[in-house]
Design a protein around this ligand. Structure first.
Ligand SMILES: [Zn+2]
Length: 157
């Protein structure tokens, strides 16, 4: 499922360096195409995160990059007041934990809402932001409030 690519022409935001290398490169390559994909084991479909070489649940090493819906719910948050990155990130720095509807928890940043106690339980959807680190430009997955689902149609008859 697509969350759309970064907004064309938007100036990339500076971010701390990503972890790159086997597995991580594939993750970021999918993000660059506007897709959130995580590793799923071929036998059972368990989804693992962060990047791994074996399924977190069954240990299988047969992993495929599976596209996720990009929808989830905020289950935790915090706001960092301490500068861990030599001034790269503005403080306070908001962080959220999203329970993806496809399974794993995903650490991210909020877009268009505050990381606050009231955001617990908020339905969110994926959005990519153009960012840059010392390795170059990349698309960072963030989460914004999801529009309310359409009401169920009335039953026929
Ligand atoms: Zn598995």
């Amino acid at each position: 499922m697509s969350g759309g690519g970064p907004v064309p022409g938007a100036a990339p935001e500076l971010r701390p360096d990503r972890t790159l290398g086997p597995g991580h490169d594939e993750f970021w390559n999918w993000c660059a195409r506007g897709e959130l994909r995580l590793q799923a084991c071929e036998e059972h479909g368990h989804i693992s995160w962060p990047v791994t070489t074996a399924c977190n649940t069954c240990g299988s090493t047969r992993l495929v990059w599976q596209a996720l819906s990009g929808r989830g719910t905020v289950v935790s948050w915090c706001s960092f007041a301490r500068d861990y990155y030599d001034g790269v990130l503005p403080l306070p720095w908001p962080v959220i934990v999203v329970a993806l509807e496809d399974g794993p928890f995903f650490l991210s940043n909020p877009h268009g809402f505050e990381a606050a106690p009231e955001s617990i339980g908020l339905p969110v959807r994926l959005k990519f932001r153009a960012c840059r680190d010392s390795a170059g430009d990349f698309a960072l997955p963030l989460f914004e409030p999801a529009p309310a689902p359409l009401p169920e149609p009335p039953p026929p008859g």
